[in-house]
Design a binder for this molecule. Structure first.
Ligand SMILES: Cc1cc2nc3c(=O)[nH]c(=O)nc-3n(C[C@H](O)[C@H](O)[C@H](O)COP(=O)(O)OP(=O)(O)OC[C@H]3O[C@@H](n4cnc5c(N)ncnc54)[C@H](O)[C@@H]3O)c2cc1C
Length: 433
Protein backbone atom coordinates (compact mmCIF):
# COMPACT_ATOMS: atom_id res chain seq x y z
CA UNK A 1 0.00 0.00 0.00
CA UNK A 2 1.22 3.50 -0.95
CA UNK A 3 1.48 4.88 2.58
CA UNK A 4 3.58 2.01 4.05
CA UNK A 5 7.27 2.84 4.57
CA UNK A 6 10.32 0.98 5.93
CA UNK A 7 11.15 3.68 8.45
CA UNK A 8 12.38 2.49 11.87
CA UNK A 9 11.36 5.76 13.48
CA UNK A 10 8.21 5.92 15.64
CA UNK A 11 5.18 6.40 13.43
CA UNK A 12 2.72 9.14 14.37
CA UNK A 13 -0.54 8.79 12.47
CA UNK A 14 -2.64 11.96 12.37
CA UNK A 15 -6.25 11.50 11.28
CA UNK A 16 -7.46 14.85 9.90
CA UNK A 17 -5.73 17.64 8.00
CA UNK A 18 -7.77 20.48 9.52
CA UNK A 19 -6.34 23.27 11.66
CA UNK A 20 -5.18 20.94 14.45
CA UNK A 21 -3.68 18.15 12.32
CA UNK A 22 -1.96 20.59 9.98
CA UNK A 23 -0.25 22.51 12.76
CA UNK A 24 0.84 19.30 14.51
CA UNK A 25 2.35 17.79 11.33
CA UNK A 26 4.19 21.05 10.51
CA UNK A 27 5.67 21.32 13.99
CA UNK A 28 6.92 17.71 13.83
CA UNK A 29 9.00 18.39 10.72
CA UNK A 30 12.38 18.32 12.49
CA UNK A 31 11.56 15.48 14.89
CA UNK A 32 12.96 11.95 14.51
CA UNK A 33 9.54 10.51 13.70
CA UNK A 34 7.55 9.31 10.71
CA UNK A 35 4.42 11.43 10.25
CA UNK A 36 1.51 9.93 8.33
CA UNK A 37 -1.55 12.12 7.81
CA UNK A 38 -4.84 10.54 6.72
CA UNK A 39 -7.81 12.56 5.50
CA UNK A 40 -10.89 11.84 3.41
CA UNK A 41 -10.14 15.04 1.48
CA UNK A 42 -6.81 15.76 -0.21
CA UNK A 43 -6.99 19.39 0.91
CA UNK A 44 -7.16 21.53 4.03
CA UNK A 45 -10.35 23.58 4.34
CA UNK A 46 -10.40 27.07 5.81
CA UNK A 47 -13.87 26.67 7.29
CA UNK A 48 -14.32 30.26 8.56
CA UNK A 49 -14.75 31.40 4.94
CA UNK A 50 -17.05 28.60 3.73
CA UNK A 51 -20.01 30.97 3.91
CA UNK A 52 -18.34 33.20 1.32
CA UNK A 53 -18.06 30.22 -1.05
CA UNK A 54 -21.70 29.38 -0.38
CA UNK A 55 -22.84 32.91 -1.22
CA UNK A 56 -20.67 33.30 -4.34
CA UNK A 57 -18.20 35.78 -2.86
CA UNK A 58 -15.14 33.50 -3.17
CA UNK A 59 -14.04 30.60 -5.34
CA UNK A 60 -13.75 27.30 -3.45
CA UNK A 61 -10.09 26.90 -4.45
CA UNK A 62 -9.13 30.07 -2.59
CA UNK A 63 -10.10 28.64 0.80
CA UNK A 64 -8.87 25.07 0.25
CA UNK A 65 -5.26 24.01 -0.16
CA UNK A 66 -3.89 20.60 -1.29
CA UNK A 67 -2.32 18.82 1.69
CA UNK A 68 0.41 17.17 -0.39
CA UNK A 69 1.47 20.60 -1.63
CA UNK A 70 1.61 22.09 1.89
CA UNK A 71 4.07 19.36 2.92
CA UNK A 72 6.21 19.29 -0.21
CA UNK A 73 9.77 19.04 1.05
CA UNK A 74 8.91 17.77 4.55
CA UNK A 75 10.94 14.54 4.45
CA UNK A 76 9.35 12.78 7.43
CA UNK A 77 5.78 13.34 6.09
CA UNK A 78 3.49 11.22 3.97
CA UNK A 79 -0.22 11.45 3.20
CA UNK A 80 -3.02 8.94 2.58
CA UNK A 81 -6.34 9.91 1.00
CA UNK A 82 -8.75 7.70 2.88
CA UNK A 83 -11.63 7.53 5.29
CA UNK A 84 -10.61 6.06 8.62
CA UNK A 85 -13.39 3.75 9.74
CA UNK A 86 -12.16 2.06 12.89
CA UNK A 87 -9.46 2.18 15.55
CA UNK A 88 -8.16 -1.19 16.78
CA UNK A 89 -6.45 0.06 19.93
CA UNK A 90 -5.54 -3.48 21.06
CA UNK A 91 -3.23 -3.93 18.04
CA UNK A 92 -2.39 -0.27 17.25
CA UNK A 93 -3.98 -0.32 13.82
CA UNK A 94 -6.65 1.52 11.86
CA UNK A 95 -9.16 0.09 9.42
CA UNK A 96 -9.33 2.43 6.45
CA UNK A 97 -10.72 2.43 2.94
CA UNK A 98 -7.16 1.81 1.64
CA UNK A 99 -6.40 -1.06 4.02
CA UNK A 100 -5.08 -1.58 7.54
CA UNK A 101 -2.58 1.02 8.78
CA UNK A 102 -0.42 0.65 11.88
CA UNK A 103 0.68 3.38 14.26
CA UNK A 104 2.90 3.88 17.29
CA UNK A 105 1.07 7.06 18.28
CA UNK A 106 -2.38 7.99 17.02
CA UNK A 107 -3.71 11.55 16.97
CA UNK A 108 -7.39 12.10 16.26
CA UNK A 109 -7.87 15.55 14.73
CA UNK A 110 -11.12 14.69 12.97
CA UNK A 111 -13.08 17.84 13.84
CA UNK A 112 -16.85 18.04 14.01
CA UNK A 113 -19.91 17.51 11.86
CA UNK A 114 -23.26 19.30 11.65
CA UNK A 115 -25.60 18.56 14.54
CA UNK A 116 -29.19 17.93 13.45
CA UNK A 117 -30.06 16.73 16.96
CA UNK A 118 -31.00 13.29 15.64
CA UNK A 119 -33.86 14.68 13.50
CA UNK A 120 -33.67 12.71 10.21
CA UNK A 121 -36.20 14.97 8.45
CA UNK A 122 -34.19 18.12 9.23
CA UNK A 123 -30.98 16.37 8.19
CA UNK A 124 -32.57 15.39 4.89
CA UNK A 125 -34.07 18.73 3.89
CA UNK A 126 -31.75 21.32 5.47
CA UNK A 127 -28.33 22.22 4.10
CA UNK A 128 -25.29 22.15 6.38
CA UNK A 129 -22.03 23.98 5.73
CA UNK A 130 -19.05 22.07 7.12
CA UNK A 131 -17.10 21.31 3.95
CA UNK A 132 -16.30 22.62 0.48
CA UNK A 133 -18.76 20.20 -1.24
CA UNK A 134 -21.53 21.35 1.13
CA UNK A 135 -20.73 25.03 0.51
CA UNK A 136 -20.85 24.38 -3.26
CA UNK A 137 -24.20 22.62 -2.88
CA UNK A 138 -25.50 25.54 -0.87
CA UNK A 139 -24.36 27.98 -3.55
CA UNK A 140 -26.11 25.93 -6.23
CA UNK A 141 -29.28 25.80 -4.16
CA UNK A 142 -29.31 29.57 -3.57
CA UNK A 143 -28.67 30.47 -7.22
CA UNK A 144 -31.10 27.90 -8.59
CA UNK A 145 -33.82 29.23 -6.33
CA UNK A 146 -33.49 32.59 -8.10
CA UNK A 147 -33.35 30.94 -11.53
CA UNK A 148 -36.58 29.06 -10.73
CA UNK A 149 -38.21 32.17 -9.23
CA UNK A 150 -37.73 33.99 -12.57
CA UNK A 151 -40.14 31.70 -14.36
CA UNK A 152 -42.47 30.95 -11.44
CA UNK A 153 -46.00 32.23 -12.08
CA UNK A 154 -47.54 31.23 -8.76
CA UNK A 155 -46.82 34.04 -6.20
CA UNK A 156 -46.84 31.59 -3.27
CA UNK A 157 -44.28 29.29 -4.92
CA UNK A 158 -42.16 32.29 -5.86
CA UNK A 159 -42.20 33.51 -2.26
CA UNK A 160 -41.04 30.07 -1.08
CA UNK A 161 -38.14 30.13 -3.55
CA UNK A 162 -37.07 33.61 -2.45
CA UNK A 163 -37.25 32.94 1.28
CA UNK A 164 -34.06 31.88 3.09
CA UNK A 165 -34.06 30.68 6.67
CA UNK A 166 -30.78 30.40 8.55
CA UNK A 167 -31.16 28.16 11.58
CA UNK A 168 -28.69 29.13 14.29
CA UNK A 169 -27.61 32.66 15.18
CA UNK A 170 -24.08 31.85 16.36
CA UNK A 171 -21.04 33.21 14.47
CA UNK A 172 -21.64 30.95 11.42
CA UNK A 173 -25.37 31.71 11.14
CA UNK A 174 -24.87 35.42 11.71
CA UNK A 175 -22.17 35.67 9.04
CA UNK A 176 -24.23 33.60 6.60
CA UNK A 177 -27.37 35.70 7.16
CA UNK A 178 -25.32 38.88 6.69
CA UNK A 179 -23.90 37.54 3.41
CA UNK A 180 -27.39 36.65 2.14
CA UNK A 181 -28.60 40.15 3.02
CA UNK A 182 -25.64 41.62 1.11
CA UNK A 183 -26.64 39.43 -1.84
CA UNK A 184 -30.17 40.78 -1.63
CA UNK A 185 -29.07 44.40 -1.34
CA UNK A 186 -26.26 44.47 -3.92
CA UNK A 187 -26.26 41.45 -6.24
CA UNK A 188 -29.88 40.48 -6.83
CA UNK A 189 -30.86 43.57 -8.80
CA UNK A 190 -27.72 43.28 -10.96
CA UNK A 191 -28.04 39.58 -11.84
CA UNK A 192 -31.82 39.25 -11.78
CA UNK A 193 -33.17 42.71 -12.71
CA UNK A 194 -36.67 41.35 -13.18
CA UNK A 195 -36.82 39.99 -9.63
CA UNK A 196 -37.88 42.51 -7.02
CA UNK A 197 -35.29 42.43 -4.24
CA UNK A 198 -37.98 43.21 -1.67
CA UNK A 199 -39.31 39.74 -2.42
CA UNK A 200 -36.14 38.10 -1.09
CA UNK A 201 -36.54 37.45 2.61
CA UNK A 202 -33.87 36.33 5.07
CA UNK A 203 -34.76 34.94 8.52
CA UNK A 204 -32.59 33.78 11.39
CA UNK A 205 -34.04 31.36 13.94
CA UNK A 206 -31.96 31.18 17.14
CA UNK A 207 -32.83 29.39 20.37
CA UNK A 208 -30.95 31.86 22.56
CA UNK A 209 -32.56 35.25 23.34
CA UNK A 210 -29.87 37.02 21.27
CA UNK A 211 -27.79 36.37 18.16
CA UNK A 212 -24.03 35.97 18.55
CA UNK A 213 -24.59 35.01 22.19
CA UNK A 214 -21.10 33.46 22.45
CA UNK A 215 -19.54 36.91 22.09
CA UNK A 216 -19.82 39.99 24.36
CA UNK A 217 -23.15 41.79 24.95
CA UNK A 218 -21.72 44.67 22.92
CA UNK A 219 -20.97 42.39 19.94
CA UNK A 220 -24.38 40.69 20.19
CA UNK A 221 -26.24 44.02 20.30
CA UNK A 222 -24.30 45.38 17.32
CA UNK A 223 -24.84 42.18 15.32
CA UNK A 224 -28.60 42.44 15.93
CA UNK A 225 -28.58 46.11 14.91
CA UNK A 226 -26.59 45.41 11.71
CA UNK A 227 -28.69 42.42 10.66
CA UNK A 228 -31.98 44.22 11.22
CA UNK A 229 -30.73 47.29 9.31
CA UNK A 230 -29.87 44.98 6.42
CA UNK A 231 -33.42 43.60 6.42
CA UNK A 232 -32.88 40.27 8.20
CA UNK A 233 -35.80 39.15 10.38
CA UNK A 234 -34.67 37.62 13.68
CA UNK A 235 -36.61 35.01 15.64
CA UNK A 236 -34.95 34.61 19.03
CA UNK A 237 -35.67 32.28 21.92
CA UNK A 238 -37.39 29.72 19.66
CA UNK A 239 -36.44 26.44 17.96
CA UNK A 240 -37.17 24.90 14.59
CA UNK A 241 -39.55 21.97 15.05
CA UNK A 242 -39.77 20.60 11.54
CA UNK A 243 -39.13 21.29 7.85
CA UNK A 244 -40.62 19.15 5.10
CA UNK A 245 -38.89 20.84 2.18
CA UNK A 246 -41.58 23.54 1.82
CA UNK A 247 -42.88 24.45 5.26
CA UNK A 248 -40.74 25.27 8.27
CA UNK A 249 -42.39 25.16 11.68
CA UNK A 250 -41.06 26.90 14.78
CA UNK A 251 -41.98 25.77 18.29
CA UNK A 252 -43.92 28.99 19.05
CA UNK A 253 -46.35 28.10 16.25
CA UNK A 254 -44.79 30.32 13.55
CA UNK A 255 -44.81 28.77 10.08
CA UNK A 256 -42.56 29.98 7.26
CA UNK A 257 -43.02 28.79 3.68
CA UNK A 258 -39.58 28.32 2.19
CA UNK A 259 -37.48 26.01 0.01
CA UNK A 260 -34.16 27.15 1.46
CA UNK A 261 -33.17 26.20 5.00
CA UNK A 262 -29.52 26.66 5.87
CA UNK A 263 -28.57 24.77 9.01
CA UNK A 264 -25.95 26.44 11.24
CA UNK A 265 -27.32 25.35 14.61
CA UNK A 266 -24.26 23.62 15.98
CA UNK A 267 -21.85 20.75 15.59
CA UNK A 268 -20.93 17.48 17.27
CA UNK A 269 -17.56 15.76 17.31
CA UNK A 270 -16.89 13.11 14.66
CA UNK A 271 -14.38 10.27 14.92
CA UNK A 272 -13.93 6.66 13.80
CA UNK A 273 -15.43 3.89 15.91
CA UNK A 274 -13.28 2.13 18.49
CA UNK A 275 -12.99 4.73 21.27
CA UNK A 276 -14.43 3.50 24.58
CA UNK A 277 -17.96 4.76 25.32
CA UNK A 278 -16.91 6.20 28.69
CA UNK A 279 -14.54 8.62 26.93
CA UNK A 280 -17.28 10.22 24.85
CA UNK A 281 -18.71 13.31 26.53
CA UNK A 282 -21.22 16.09 25.79
CA UNK A 283 -21.24 17.18 22.15
CA UNK A 284 -19.96 13.73 21.11
CA UNK A 285 -16.42 14.83 21.87
CA UNK A 286 -13.58 12.66 23.14
CA UNK A 287 -12.48 13.44 26.68
CA UNK A 288 -8.75 13.93 27.08
CA UNK A 289 -6.49 14.93 29.94
CA UNK A 290 -4.57 18.21 29.91
CA UNK A 291 -1.87 16.55 27.82
CA UNK A 292 -4.46 15.80 25.09
CA UNK A 293 -4.18 12.09 25.82
CA UNK A 294 -7.43 10.14 25.55
CA UNK A 295 -8.23 8.69 28.97
CA UNK A 296 -7.44 5.01 29.29
CA UNK A 297 -5.04 4.92 26.32
CA UNK A 298 -1.27 5.41 26.40
CA UNK A 299 -0.68 6.29 22.78
CA UNK A 300 -3.95 7.83 21.54
CA UNK A 301 -4.41 11.61 21.58
CA UNK A 302 -7.22 13.92 20.44
CA UNK A 303 -6.97 17.61 19.51
CA UNK A 304 -9.17 20.31 17.99
CA UNK A 305 -12.97 20.27 17.76
CA UNK A 306 -13.20 16.54 18.45
CA UNK A 307 -11.43 16.84 21.81
CA UNK A 308 -12.78 17.97 25.17
CA UNK A 309 -10.01 18.84 27.63
CA UNK A 310 -12.12 18.76 30.76
CA UNK A 311 -10.66 20.33 33.88
CA UNK A 312 -12.18 21.67 37.12
CA UNK A 313 -12.24 25.24 35.74
CA UNK A 314 -13.32 24.13 32.21
CA UNK A 315 -16.06 21.51 32.79
CA UNK A 316 -17.27 21.85 29.17
CA UNK A 317 -13.80 21.87 27.59
CA UNK A 318 -12.55 24.59 25.26
CA UNK A 319 -14.72 26.10 22.51
CA UNK A 320 -14.64 24.55 19.03
CA UNK A 321 -12.67 27.28 17.31
CA UNK A 322 -9.65 27.35 15.05
CA UNK A 323 -7.37 29.01 17.63
CA UNK A 324 -7.87 26.16 20.11
CA UNK A 325 -7.19 23.58 17.38
CA UNK A 326 -4.01 25.34 16.20
CA UNK A 327 -2.65 25.83 19.71
CA UNK A 328 -3.39 22.19 20.63
CA UNK A 329 -1.64 20.96 17.47
CA UNK A 330 1.42 23.07 18.28
CA UNK A 331 1.44 21.97 21.91
CA UNK A 332 1.01 18.27 21.19
CA UNK A 333 3.99 18.37 18.80
CA UNK A 334 6.15 19.47 21.76
CA UNK A 335 4.67 16.82 24.04
CA UNK A 336 5.07 13.99 21.51
CA UNK A 337 8.68 15.02 20.98
CA UNK A 338 9.17 14.98 24.78
CA UNK A 339 7.52 11.54 25.11
CA UNK A 340 9.73 10.08 22.38
CA UNK A 341 12.86 11.57 23.98
CA UNK A 342 11.80 10.44 27.47
CA UNK A 343 11.34 14.00 28.73
CA UNK A 344 8.63 15.67 30.85
CA UNK A 345 5.37 16.70 29.12
CA UNK A 346 3.54 19.97 29.77
CA UNK A 347 -0.21 20.50 30.26
CA UNK A 348 -2.08 22.45 27.56
CA UNK A 349 -3.28 25.97 28.35
CA UNK A 350 -5.40 27.97 25.90
CA UNK A 351 -4.36 31.52 25.16
CA UNK A 352 -7.60 33.20 24.03
CA UNK A 353 -6.67 35.89 21.51
CA UNK A 354 -10.28 37.03 21.09
CA UNK A 355 -13.06 36.48 18.60
CA UNK A 356 -14.67 38.31 15.74
CA UNK A 357 -17.48 38.03 13.23
CA UNK A 358 -18.37 39.97 10.11
CA UNK A 359 -21.95 40.81 9.30
CA UNK A 360 -21.49 42.69 6.05
CA UNK A 361 -19.58 45.37 4.24
CA UNK A 362 -17.88 47.63 6.84
CA UNK A 363 -19.84 45.82 9.54
CA UNK A 364 -18.07 43.47 11.93
CA UNK A 365 -17.67 42.95 15.66
CA UNK A 366 -14.53 41.97 17.57
CA UNK A 367 -13.85 41.13 21.22
CA UNK A 368 -10.17 41.34 22.07
CA UNK A 369 -9.78 40.91 25.80
CA UNK A 370 -11.72 43.77 27.37
CA UNK A 371 -11.71 45.77 24.12
CA UNK A 372 -14.91 45.57 22.04
CA UNK A 373 -14.73 46.88 18.49
CA UNK A 374 -17.42 47.26 15.87
CA UNK A 375 -17.99 48.79 12.46
CA UNK A 376 -15.29 49.57 9.91
CA UNK A 377 -12.29 49.08 12.25
CA UNK A 378 -13.52 45.63 13.31
CA UNK A 379 -14.27 44.76 9.68
CA UNK A 380 -10.77 45.78 8.57
CA UNK A 381 -9.26 43.74 11.40
CA UNK A 382 -11.43 40.76 10.42
CA UNK A 383 -10.28 41.01 6.77
CA UNK A 384 -6.63 41.31 7.82
CA UNK A 385 -6.75 38.33 10.23
CA UNK A 386 -8.56 36.10 7.73
CA UNK A 387 -6.31 36.90 4.78
CA UNK A 388 -3.21 36.20 6.85
CA UNK A 389 -4.62 33.02 8.37
CA UNK A 390 -5.26 31.41 4.99
CA UNK A 391 -2.93 28.61 3.93
CA UNK A 392 -0.77 29.46 0.90
CA UNK A 393 0.61 32.77 -0.35
CA UNK A 394 -1.31 32.47 -3.63
CA UNK A 395 -4.62 32.04 -1.78
CA UNK A 396 -3.91 35.09 0.39
CA UNK A 397 -3.21 37.24 -2.65
CA UNK A 398 -6.22 35.84 -4.49
CA UNK A 399 -8.64 36.47 -1.60
CA UNK A 400 -7.18 39.94 -0.99
CA UNK A 401 -7.61 40.94 -4.65
CA UNK A 402 -11.12 39.45 -4.79
CA UNK A 403 -12.20 41.33 -1.67
CA UNK A 404 -10.64 44.57 -2.92
CA UNK A 405 -12.46 44.21 -6.24
CA UNK A 406 -15.71 43.38 -4.48
CA UNK A 407 -15.37 46.34 -2.14
CA UNK A 408 -15.33 48.80 -5.04
CA UNK A 409 -17.65 46.98 -7.45
CA UNK A 410 -20.23 45.62 -4.95
CA UNK A 411 -19.96 42.40 -6.92
CA UNK A 412 -18.67 38.87 -6.26
CA UNK A 413 -16.87 36.54 -8.68
CA UNK A 414 -18.19 33.05 -8.07
CA UNK A 415 -21.79 32.66 -9.13
CA UNK A 416 -21.36 29.58 -11.29
CA UNK A 417 -23.80 26.74 -10.74
CA UNK A 418 -21.49 23.75 -10.98
CA UNK A 419 -23.66 21.11 -9.35
CA UNK A 420 -27.21 21.12 -10.67
CA UNK A 421 -29.22 20.82 -7.50
CA UNK A 422 -32.45 18.88 -7.42
CA UNK A 423 -34.67 19.12 -4.36
CA UNK A 424 -36.73 16.21 -5.57
CA UNK A 425 -33.71 13.92 -5.51
CA UNK A 426 -31.91 15.30 -2.49
CA UNK A 427 -29.66 12.35 -1.68
CA UNK A 428 -26.52 11.67 0.31
CA UNK A 429 -24.60 12.56 -2.87
CA UNK A 430 -26.06 16.03 -3.23
CA UNK A 431 -25.28 16.59 0.44
CA UNK A 432 -21.78 15.06 0.17
CA UNK A 433 -19.34 15.79 2.96
C1 LIG B 1 -18.85 27.61 8.61
C2 LIG B 1 -17.84 27.65 9.73
C3 LIG B 1 -17.32 28.87 10.15
C4 LIG B 1 -16.38 28.92 11.17
N1 LIG B 1 -15.87 30.13 11.54
C5 LIG B 1 -14.90 30.19 12.47
C6 LIG B 1 -14.28 31.42 12.80
O1 LIG B 1 -14.63 32.48 12.26
N2 LIG B 1 -13.29 31.42 13.74
C7 LIG B 1 -12.87 30.26 14.34
O2 LIG B 1 -11.96 30.29 15.15
N3 LIG B 1 -13.44 29.09 14.06
C8 LIG B 1 -14.44 29.01 13.13
N4 LIG B 1 -15.01 27.81 12.84
C9 LIG B 1 -14.58 26.63 13.57
C10 LIG B 1 -13.27 26.10 13.05
O3 LIG B 1 -13.32 25.97 11.64
C11 LIG B 1 -13.00 24.77 13.72
O4 LIG B 1 -12.87 24.99 15.11
C12 LIG B 1 -11.73 24.13 13.18
O5 LIG B 1 -11.87 23.81 11.81
C13 LIG B 1 -11.40 22.86 13.96
O6 LIG B 1 -10.23 22.31 13.45
P1 LIG B 1 -9.98 20.75 13.54
O7 LIG B 1 -8.61 20.54 13.01
O8 LIG B 1 -10.31 20.25 14.89
O9 LIG B 1 -11.04 20.08 12.57
P2 LIG B 1 -11.37 20.36 11.03
O10 LIG B 1 -10.79 21.63 10.57
O11 LIG B 1 -12.83 20.17 10.92
O12 LIG B 1 -10.62 19.17 10.28
C14 LIG B 1 -10.97 17.84 10.44
C15 LIG B 1 -10.42 17.04 9.28
O13 LIG B 1 -10.60 15.65 9.56
C16 LIG B 1 -11.02 14.98 8.40
N5 LIG B 1 -11.74 13.77 8.85
C17 LIG B 1 -12.76 13.70 9.74
N6 LIG B 1 -13.11 12.44 9.98
C18 LIG B 1 -12.32 11.66 9.20
C19 LIG B 1 -12.21 10.27 9.00
N7 LIG B 1 -12.97 9.39 9.67
N8 LIG B 1 -11.30 9.82 8.11
C20 LIG B 1 -10.50 10.68 7.42
N9 LIG B 1 -10.56 12.02 7.60
C21 LIG B 1 -11.45 12.51 8.47
C22 LIG B 1 -11.89 15.99 7.67
O14 LIG B 1 -11.94 15.71 6.30
C23 LIG B 1 -11.15 17.31 7.97
O15 LIG B 1 -10.20 17.61 6.97
C24 LIG B 1 -15.96 27.73 11.81
C25 LIG B 1 -16.48 26.51 11.41
C26 LIG B 1 -17.42 26.46 10.36
C27 LIG B 1 -17.98 25.14 9.92
Amino acid sequence: MAVQTNSKKPRIVIVGGGFAGLELAKKLRREPVEVLMLDRHNYHTFQPLLYQVATGALEAETIAFPLRRIFQGQKNFSFGLTNVDKINADKNTLDTSIGEISYDYLVLATGAETNFFGNAQLEHFCMGMKSVPEAMNLRSMILQSFECALSEKDPGEKEELMTFVVVGGGPTGTELAGALAEFKNHILKKDYPTLDNCEMRVFVVESKPIVLGVMSDHAAAKAKEYLEKMGVVLYNGVRVKSFDGELLEINDGTKIRTRNVLWAAGVVGQFPEGIKEENVVKGHRIQTDEFNRVKGYNNIFAIGDVAAVITADKPEGYPGVAQVAIQQGRHLAKNLSAIIKGKQTEPFKYDDKGSMATIGRNKAVADIGKVHLHGFIAWLLWCFVHVFSLVGFQNRISVFITWLGRYFSYNGPARIIVRPFSRASMTEDTKAR
